[in-house]
Ligand binder design. Sequence first.
Ligand SMILES: NC(=O)C1=CN([C@@H]2O[C@H](COP(=O)(O)OP(=O)(O)OC[C@H]3O[C@@H](n4cnc5c(N)ncnc54)[C@H](O)[C@@H]3O)[C@@H](O)[C@H]2O)C=CC1
Ligand SMILES: O=C1O[C@H](COP(=O)(O)O)[C@@H](O)[C@H](O)[C@H]1O
Length: 299
Amino acid sequence: MDEPVLLTGAGGRVGQAILRGIGDDYEWRLLDREPLPAAKVPTGVTDADRYVADITDASAVREAMAGVGSVIHLAGDPRKTAPWDSVIRNNIDGTQVVMRAAADAGVERFAFASSNHAVGGYETEERTPDLYRTDDDYRLDGTELPRPGNLYGVSKATGEALGRFYHDEFGMSVVCVRIGNLTKDHPPREYERGQAMWLSHRDCAHLFDRCLQADYGYEIVYGISNNDRRYYSIERAREALGYDPADNSADYTFEGEPKTEGSGAGGGDGPADDGEAGLDDGPADPNFPTDPDTPTDGA
Ligand SMILES: NC(=O)C1=CN([C@@H]2O[C@H](COP(=O)(O)OP(=O)(O)OC[C@H]3O[C@@H](n4cnc5c(N)ncnc54)[C@H](O)[C@@H]3O)[C@@H](O)[C@H]2O)C=CC1
Ligand SMILES: O=C1O[C@H](COP(=O)(O)O)[C@@H](O)[C@H](O)[C@H]1O
């Protein structure tokens, strides 16, 4: 696959985890409404391949989309407390603009950053906190109906429905990745839910790499590491995409320290953050105030 890959939201946490892991493997078009500092851009990406644009700007998105073979669409408001006006604009309208431009440009593969919050409503009082524990065998596998627990989750479920539409009507291959909780170097600290849905940086890069390589029609998969604690199945991601995660939150203490000194996470494969030097995390989007109850440590 030699055509460029458009990455929206390239300057954010997920975008940087992807670029740190597979930044040298593709010809990128990077789009973000915030200008990307050099430290966030892989070597080899020219100024001409960097787009400072809002995803609701259809003509700017079409310009960035010209000649693109695949899209990873991350840009949006990531806050679970995001108000309706923001999710309507950034997550729903923005996703419609990006998917429409992709379908019109004949894009082959489209990976959409959905979220655990599209199904947060399954975490009922009766099921929690047992759900987050190793000995509980309840699993969501992507075939269940969306059950958002907030308006942000509604916007992600809507993005999944838009993907279904663009697959059925335009033949575009679409994978919706219900991302869990991405943190760098270690799972979320002292947070059972977060440890059950941890996605390490290297597993994140590997998963989106598979989204760019595999053959699929329309898929909904869960984007978490190979955690012992889990209530999301990763079987569909394995089968449909060839996802083979390396990390497991069980390799860390509840406080986030590696259990085996010197081995890092993943059973001796080196530290979980084994990405390229030169790219930094940077702040999350300055336009969106941080969720008051979201741990930002290590993200
Ligand atoms: N970080 C996580 O653990 C999870 C993230 N996600 C989803 O993954 C995607 C990326 O999330 P993060 O990287 O954590 O967020 P982030 O806030 O760190 O990055 C988002 C990036 O998108 C850009 N952006 C936002 N709205 C835009 C717009 N209208 N036009 C152009 N650029 C825009 C921002 O400038 C920022 O660089 C989001 O869609 C989020 O909902 C889903 C589940 C978990
Ligand atoms: O969709 C998202 O989910 C993660 C995990 O949710 P949380 O409620 O356990 O914090 C969140 O950290 C991230 O900001 C959000 O985009």
